[in-house]
Design a protein around this ligand. Structure first.
Ligand code: WQD
Length: 338
C-alpha cells in the first residue's frame, strides 16, 4: 500500500515515515519546508535506506496534488502538514485558518477526484474545551477552544466528518495528539523548532545544550502536586506507531474514528525537568515566571478507546523520552542546521 504523507519533513512526519517504511509500506511525502528543513528528509532516507519520492510543495496547490495522485497509486493519505504554534496562532489567526483549513479541503477534494478513500488526520488535544474533567476521553466536550490553532483543528475535524458522511466508502481517523516529545533512538532525527521553542521539552533540551540561558517555569501555583502544569507527554515513536495502527484500522472500518493518543499519565513541568536532568547528567537554570495565558493546569487522556479499538498503547517512559531527546540534542546542538 502506498501512503501519501503531508508535512513529511516535520517532527511528527519524519518519525511517521520511518515507521511506515519499517512496516513495509511505500511512502510518497511532501513538505513546503515552512517549519522544517530538507536535511530532515535526507536523514530519514539514510536511516531507512529507501529513496522514497519527495515533493517540495504546498499541499494547498491542487495542481501539484493532481500531479502526485496521477504519478503514484496512493491508497491512503496521512495529513500532518499545518501550522501548530499556539501562541503564534493568536497573533496570526488568518494564516492559521487559511493554512490548516484550505490544505485539508484541497486534499479531500483531490482524494475525491482520484478515488482515494482512506484518510488520517493530525488533530490535537487543543480541540477539547477547558472545562472538561480529567482524564479526557474522545467523548469529552470539544469546542470553546482557547486559541485559533485549536479552533482550526476543531473546524478541520468537522470538515472531515461532514465529508466522510457525504461520501460512502470514505473512511477517516482523527488522531488527537497530546504532548509529543522524544526522538528516534538513532539520534539522527528529532524536534527542531525554527525559532525560540514554544514547547517545554525543546526548551529544556536547548537550555541543557547551552543554546538558551535558562528555563522559565510558567506558574508554580496551580492546583497540582508541585504547583506546576501537568501534561500527558507521549514519545514521538509511540505516536508514530499510532498512525500505523490507524492505517490497519481503516482496512476494516468505514466512516470516521476519533482517538486520543497519549499515555494516560500526567507529568508536571518540574517532574519532566528533573527526569531530563537525570537523563542528561546536566543541571539547568530555572526561573519561576508568571502563568502563560490560556494554559490549563492539568491535561491528560484516558487510553481505553485507542487500546481497545486500535490495539495501540504507548510503551515508552518519560525516562526514555528524556534519554532519546538528549541524544538527539547533544548530537545536533543546532538541529538540522548543516
Ligand atoms: C507544557 C507545559 C506550560 C514552556 C501545546 C499545544 C498542543 C501541542 C503541544 C500541537 C505547560 C509549561 C512550557 C516553557 C513552561 N502542540 N511550559 N515553560 O501548551 O501543553 O501544548 O504544545 O499540537 O496542541 O497546545 O505544551 O510544551 O507548550 O507546555 O513552564 O518554556 O509546560 O506552562 O504547563 P502545551 P507546552
Amino acid at each position: 500500500m502506498t501512503i501519501f504523507v503531508t508535512g513529511g519533513a516535520g517532527y511528527i512526519g519524519t518519525h511517521v515515515i520511518l515507521q511506515l517504511i519499517e512496516q513495509g509500506y511505500d511512502v510518497v511525502a511532501a513538505d513546503n519546508f515552512a517549519n522544517s528543513k530538507p536535511e530532515a528528509i535526507a536523514r530519514v532516507k539514510a536511516l531507512c535506506g529507501y529513496d522514497f519520492p519527495f515533493y517540495e510543495m504546498d499541499v494547498r496547490d491542487c495542481n501539484r496534488l493532481s500531479d502526485i495522485f496521477t504519478a503514484h497509486h496512493i491508497e491512503c493519505v496521512i495529513h500532518l502538514a499545518g501550522l501548530k504554534a499556539v501562541g503564534e496562532s493568536i497573533s496570526k489567526p488568518l494564516e492559521y485558518y487559511t493554512n490548516n483549513l484550505d490544505s485539508t479541503i484541497e486534499i479531500l477534494s483531490a482524494m475525491k477526484r482520484y478515488g482515494i478513500r482512506k484518510f488520517i488526520f493530525s488533530s490535537s488535544a487543543t480541540v477539547y474545551s477547558g472545562e472538561n474533567d480529567m482524564p479526557l476521553t474522545e467523548d469529552s466536550h470539544t469546542g470553546s477552544c482557547a486559541n485559533p490553532y485549536g479552533w482550526s483543528k476543531f473546524m478541520c475535524e468537522q470538515i472531515i466528518s461532514d465529508f466522510t458522511h457525504a461520501n460512502n466508502g470514505f473512511s477517516a481517523v482523527l488522531l488527537r495528539y497530546f504532548n509529543p516529545i522524544g526522538a528516534h533512538e538513532s539520534g539522527k532525527i528529532g524536534e527542531d523548532p525554527q525559532d525560540i521553542p514554544n514547547n517545554l521539552m525543546p526548551f529544556i533540551a536547548q537550555t541543557t545544550v547551552g543554546r538558551l540561558p535558562f528555563l522559565n517555569i510558567y506558574g508554580n501555583d496551580y492546583n497540582t502536586s508541585d504547583g506546576t502544569g501537568v501534561r500527558d507527554y507521549i514519545h514521538v515513536t509511540d505516536l508514530a506507531a499510532g498512525h500505523v495502527s490507524a492505517i490497519k484500522h481503516l482496512d476494516t472500518h468505514d466512516g470516521i474514528g476519533i482517538y486520543n493518543l497519549g499515555t494516560g499519565v500526567g507529568v508536571s513541568v518540574l517532574e519532566l525537568v528533573s527526569a531530563f536532568e537525570d537523563a542528561s547528567g546536566v543541571g539547568i537554570k530555572k526561573k519561576i515566571a508568571a502563568r502563560r495565558p490560556g494554559d490549563l493546569a492539568i491535561c491528560y487522556t484516558s487510553t481505553t478507546k485507542a487500546k481497545i479499538e486500535l490495539g495501540w498503547e504507548a510503551k515508552k517512559s518519560i525516562r526514555d523520552c528524556c534519554i532519546d531527546t538528549w541524544r538527539w540534542q547533544k548530537n545536533n546542538p543546532h538541529g538540522y542546521e548543516t
